[in-house]
Design a protein around this ligand. Sequence first.
Ligand code: PEP
Ligand code: MG
Length: 546
Amino acid sequence: MVARRRLMHSRVEREVDRFLNALYQVGEEIRRTRRLVELEHGPDLARIFDVQLAMLEDEQIRDQTVTRIRQELSPAESAFSSTMAVHKRTFEKIENEYLRARVGDVRDIEHQVLVRLAGGELGGLQSIRANTIVVARDLLPSEAVQLGRRLIKGLVTEQGAATSHTSIIARSLGLPTVVGAQTACSSIASGDNLVVDADEGVVHVRPKIDTLRYYKTALRRQRQRERDLRLRRDLPAVTLDDTEITLMANVDLPQEIEAAIDNGARGVGMFRTEFLYLGYRLPTEADQLNAYRQIAEAVAPWPAVIRTLDLGGDKLTHVLDTAHEANPFLGWRGIRICLDNLDLFKTQLRALLRAGVHGDVQILLPMVSDVEEIRRARDVIEETKAELRREGTAFGEACKVGIMIEVPSAAILVAQMAAEVDFLSLGTNDLTQYTLAVDRGSAKVAQLYDPLHPAVLRLIKAVADAGFGAGIPTSICGEMAGDPKAVLLLLGLGIRILSLSPGLIPEVKEVVRVLELDHARDVASRCLELESGSAVRRHLDGTTSR
Ligand code: PEP
Ligand code: MG
């Protein structure tokens, strides 16, 4: 609420200056953050700030506010709020869902300028100084991508769980992260020293000297191990009985490609394209072609498996108007959104097919729950190819098309699904959440979320068998592919391709190189018969690699 009062005539010009100065200050803050994000994450992500900068530089917004100050003798706060109210209403009426969702940016800019006018500093991510550990109740994945390693050394949130997309992004950024630390905000004060032990999921608040000493030594050891593993990165990922395992990289942010190559990835097993959609305008076909082409060329001759847009659930709901569902994870998500927005889908498909000229680009469809969705998506792909052909635009005729198996119906009917596609990719993050009816982002039920639950393992086995039966590759791209403890089991279940966070590849390769498949198969068949995830865990803990 902004109080109504009228200015004295003599104060008007000073008030105009105060307003213009606040606009300038907020613009400078955002530009500073934009520069940092661009340095760390490249131009695609930096574009998320452009909508706010465009608003701050918008002549209409500025002139209308100044006119209100001068003609209505309104203080800057109420003049600006009235101007922004008109803009909010305009945005809310826009047909295009993407632009309509930008009303959030209007609100945010209004808030930032009002805080400035009140003489305050912004308390958000933009005001963060060096060597900070961010402690928050919760963070959106789109906010998480703004955390840069230069300033931020770790992240602790009260909400969320290990496979929520905020955690996945924080991992992609290489940030030590503990989620689900339920009393973090009340027990940690600004300025406290913290140790974030992401491996154990523990935060030490105001650590004692002994604890600090312990972690300093542990950190040194870990760095040394990373260096040792790096020296071994070119060794093949083969088991003791000479079976080659393909280790590919999951890529969430385009700049991770370098880490993928550095860690010896055999291509990209899943590129989550959602994060190209953070900017204030949808990425054009040219923007996307550019991003996909770079990835395809960087990993050639290995494949670049690029997933079509998987919005919804906890991901970027601001991009489309998906926020009003009671159960977004069961709602308008992934392929469902794409099949309802053919323009959006076709723009992405055109870019993917065209990037196929520059490497082995493979198209991965997310959240498939019914075979009809595959057929419809394949029809759209064929239509898109026909359009490109008619125009004489070059594209990869042979681009393979695969699906994510992450919904139980797809895992149960996998034989029928497999007959329609060129490859399968198990999304165990979602498969676990949907099989066990446990929200993957909820700290409250995090102890029930267990990809090692035998119910999930049986579905993985069914999918691996069906892929084998159909003669098509079957990979795992859920987070469990990067869990050294799960690797023996996954190989025993019949999986031969793992796609994981680039930084985890060397560690997983070490596990692969010391195991025998016969032994892995024995362990897997025993685990399939167990009654719970904890029984599986106990069994794995008592088992050595061979
Ligand atoms: C998955 O569900 O396992 C997966 C890889 O997709 P995402 O984490 O993006 O939902
Ligand atoms: Mg998924």
